[in-house]
Write a protein that binds this ligand. Structure first.
Ligand SMILES: NC(=O)CC[C@H](N)C(=O)O
Length: 394
C-alpha cells in the first residue's frame, strides 16, 4: 500500500482502503484491512508456518499473549466449526493474514472466520505482506506490537507507537495461571466422542491426572484414546491434591508464558512428583517445568518454533519424526544435571526436544505429539507413557 497521508497533530489516515495497522515496538507500521473485532490488541508477534489448522492454532492456550501471523497466505477458506478447537476461548490476541478471507467452502463450516473472530472479540487484519513480516521476525527476533482495526481509517499513530514500545515482554510472565481450569474435572471422552460422532471409549486401563497449565484438548483426547481415565487439575494443585486422586501416572500439560515464572508454585510440585516415583510425562510447558524441577535452566529463544514440519530425532530409536511445535522458550542443554538425558533433538537448530530421567519413569518432549494441527508421527509417545505406567504398576 502507498504511504499514509501527512497530518499535523491529529489522527493519521492510512493509505487508501487501510482500516487496520500493525505497529511494532520499534515504530514500524504495516497497513492492511481490518477483520474481526474493531479495536486494539497487543502482544508478541510470532509466525506459524503450518499450512492448515488455523482454528486449532488460534485456540491453542499456549498462544496467550501473542499475535499470530500465518505464513500460509490463505487463511479462513474452510470457515470455522465447533469441533476443531483446542480450548473454548481462543487464547491468541489477534491474527495477521496475507489474503482477504473468502467465503467458507467446507461441509463442516458453521461460521465465517471473520464472524468467528468478531464473536470472540479478536482483532485481525488482512492484506499484510506476511512474508516480509516473517523475514523481519527471523532477522531481529519476535517483536512486541499492536494491531488496530479502525473502520474509519483514522489512527493515533503516536499513541500507538508509544503503547507498542512499552508493551511488556513475555519474559518473566506467568500466563499459565490465566488459562488453567478453575476446578478439577474429569475429561469426558465418551460424551465428547458421541457428540461428535466418533464412537465410544473402552473401559479405561489407567487413571492419569493431567495438570492443566493451558492444556490442549487433543492431549486429553489422546490420553483417553490410549485407554486412560483423565482427571484434570488446576495448575495450582499441590502434591496432596494430585495424589489424593490415586493416579497411575501424571501428565504435565503445555501452556503459555515463561516457564521460569511458574517457579513459585508448579516447579516445587513437580519436584515432589518426580521424587514420588510415579510415572510423569510432560509436553512443552510441562517439559520445561519438569526441566526446571530437575535443576536445569530455560531461556527465551529469539524466534521459537511454530509450525507443523519440524524434524526431530528420537535418540532412543534413531528415528526422525516430523513434529508439530509451538514454543518460544527452550531448555538449556548446558544446564542439564547428571542423570537427565537428552532423548530428542531438533534437526532444524539443534535445540533440546526431549528429556528423560535415568532410572525413573519420567520423560518429556518440547513438541506436540498430539499434533492438532500437524503430523501424527509422534503419537508413539502416548504409547510409551502407557508402557511406562504398565511397567511401574507391575
Ligand atoms: N506450547 C507450549 O506449551 C509453550 C511453552 C512456553 N510457553 C513457550 O513458549 O515456550
Amino acid at each position: 500500500m502507498p504511504s499514509p497521508s501527512a497530518q499535523d497533530g491529529g489522527p493519521t489516515r492510512g493509505p487508501a482502503g487501510a482500516t487496520a495497522a500493525l505497529i511494532l515496538a520499534d515504530g514500524t507500521v504495516l497497513w492492511g484491512r481490518g477483520v474481526g473485532a474493531v479495536g486494539e490488541a497487543g502482544g508478541e508477534v510470532v509466525f506459524n508456518t503450518g499450512m492448515s489448522g488455523y482454528q486449532e492454532v488460534m485456540t491453542d492456550p499456549s498462544y496467550a499473549g501473542q499475535i499470530l501471523t500465518f505464513t500460509f497466505p490463505h487463511i479462513g477458506n474452510v470457515g470455522t466449526n465447533p469441533e476443531d478447537i483446542e480450548s473454548v476461548t481462543p487464547a491468541a490476541r489477534g491474527c495477521i493474514l496475507r489474503a482477504d478471507i473468502t467465503e467458507p467452502s467446507n461441509w463442516r463450516a458453521a461460521q465465517h472466520l471473520d464472524a468467528w473472530l468478531k464473536s470472540h472479540g479478536l482483532v485481525g487484519m488482512t492484506g499484510v505482506d506476511t512474508r516480509r513480516l516473517t523475514r523481519r521476525i527471523r532477522d531481529v527476533g519476535a517483536p512486541n506490537g499492536l494491531i488496530v482495526h479502525a473502520p474509519d481509517g483514522l489512527f493515533d499513530l503516536d499513541g500507538l507507537k508509544t503503547r507498542a514500545a512499552g508493551w511488556p515482554s513475555l519474559e518473566g510472565l506467568d500466563l499459565a495461571k490465566d488459562v488453567t481450569c478453575t476446578q478439577t474435572y474429569g475429561w469426558d471422552e465418551t460424551r465428547w466422542s458421541l457428540a461428535h460422532g466418533y464412537g465410544t471409549q473402552d473401559t479405561p486401563r489407567f487413571h492419569v491426572v493431567a495438570v492443566d497449565y493451558g492444556a490442549k484438548r487433543n492431549i486429553l483426547r489422546s490420553l483417553a484414546s490410549h485407554g486412560c481415565r483423565v482427571t484434570v487439575v488446576p495448575a495450582s494443585a499441590d502434591v496432596e491434591a494430585i495424589m489424593n486422586h490415586r493416579p497411575d501416572g501424571i501428565f504435565l500439560s503445555n501452556g503459555p508464558g515463561d516457564p521460569a515464572a511458574t517457579g513459585t508454585y508448579a516447579v516445587p510440585v513437580v519436584q515432589k512428583l518426580v521424587a514420588s516415583g510415579k510415572p510423569v510425562f510432560g509436553i512443552c510447558l510441562g517439559h520445561q517445568i519438569l526441566a526446571l524441577a530437575l535443576g536445569a535452566k530455560t531461556y527465551k529463544m529469539d524466534i521459537g518454533h511454530r509450525g507443523a514440519n519440524h524434524p526431530v530425532k528420537d535418540h532412543t530409536t534413531g528415528k526422525v519424526e516430523i513434529t508439530s511445535q509451538n514454543h518460544g522458550f527452550g531448555v538449556d542443554r548446558a544446564s542439564l544435571p547428571p542423570g537427565v538425558v537428552e532423548t530428542h533433538t531438533s534437526l532444524f537448530d539443534g535445540t533440546v526436544e526431549g528429556l528423560a530421567v535415568e532410572g525413573k519413569p519420567v520423560f518429556s518432549v518440547q513438541y506436540h505429539p498430539e499434533a492438532s494441527p500437524g503430523p501424527q508421527d509422534s503419537q508413539y509417545l502416548f504409547a510409551r507413557f502407557m508402557k511406562t505406567i504398565e511397567e511401574s504398576k507391575a
